[in-house]
Design a protein around this ligand. Structure first.
Ligand SMILES: [Zn+2]
Length: 304
């Protein structure tokens, strides 16, 4: 009787852990955006260990695979590669870094090992060279433990461009577009004209408070205006679910509201906590990234 009881408990624990395990795995799988286009989107786990919920995706063509962003560490990149291999066995030809931030580039070296050519905008290639090693050395500041970044090495872009570049995968073309300074001074977009899909990187945050610490608001708004003129139906943000032009408008409203209020408040106070609590009253509520509000104020509006 007792044995049966223990067995039942064991079975129950097994089923529960299996169920939760399944949920966790399901949330991290690549989502099919269109034929031969996949991305992580709407990741519910935005911990540093899970790349702050950053989206990364792939585009598969006749000649091989293009990877858009590489997540935060070697460990995360390996997870990404496993998921890529469950979708396609083609060679990974190119890695595109939408910008240099760690949650989008620190997995680069795992793809370099596969022979992929890493591409970015010239400015963000330089930014990674200037700031990458220090960020990796101080990864605990970003909530990462030594174990989280074990084996992580920075692999720099080997090919950079300034305005536009095109990649031909044999049966489809991919356009890399730099408009102007926005989230960083080298943030690019990846456009698939045949599918009307745009990977916007961190130019768009949907459902997340954005990181604005290095942002150029004027250029960012103009970049968002430019996206409004593009022939796009699905937009993959840097963080958040598959989005549309409605989310681009929301992003514009957010940046305008934040910038206006932050400037007003920073003229009267240098208390970041106070400014953050005041500014929250004017911002839409978003489920993720609220901690960034304080960072944005400290880095962008209170820097002396
Ligand atoms: Zn970023």
């Amino acid at each position: 009787m007792k044995r049966l009881m223990i067995f039942r408990i064991w079975v129950f624990v097994f089923i529960v852990s299996l169920a939760f395990g399944q949920i966790a795995i399901a949330a991290e799988k690549l989502t099919k955006i269109a034929d031969d286009v996949y991305s992580y989107v709407d990741t519910k786990n935005s911990t540093p260990q899970n790349s702050y919920g950053a989206n990364a995706g792939i585009i598969i063509g006749k000649d091989g695979i293009v990877v858009v962003d590489t997540l935060i560490s070697a460990k995360e990149a390996k997870r990404f590669i496993r998921d890529i291999r469950s979708v396609s066995k083609k060679p990974v030809k190119y890695v595109l870094n939408t910008h240099y931030h760690l949650d989008h580039t620190f997995g680069n070296s795992e793809f370099a090992k596969l022979g992929a050519l890493i591409i970015s905008h010239t400015n963000d290639g330089n930014n990674l060279k200037i700031r990458g090693e220090t960020a990796l050395k101080n990864s605990n500041t970003y909530g990462l433990t030594e174990k989280d970044v074990k084996g992580t090495k920075i692999a720099y872009p080997v090919l950079t461009f300034n305005e536009r570049m095109e990649i031909d995968l044999g049966d489809r073309k991919i356009e890399l577009i730099y408009f102007r300074q926005s989230h960083t001074d080298g943030s690019i977009m990846v456009y698939l004209p045949d599918k009307k899909i745009l990977f916007a990187g961190d130019i768009l945050f949907t459902g997340y408070h954005p990181f604005m610490g290095e942002g150029d608001i004027e250029g960012w708004l103009k970049t968002l205006d430019y996206i409004m003129t593009m022939d796009v139906e699905k937009i993959i943000p840097g963080h958040g679910p598959v989005s549309t032009k409605k989310d681009i408008e929301d992003m514009k409203d957010y940046l305008i509201a934040f910038d206006k209020k932050a400037k007003e408040l920073a003229a009267k106070s240098d208390n970041a906590e106070f400014i953050a609590s005041e500014i929250r009253k004017f911002l839409p509520s978003r489920p993720e990234g609220a901690g960034l509000i304080l960072w944005n104020i400290q880095m962008k509006y209170l820097k002396k």
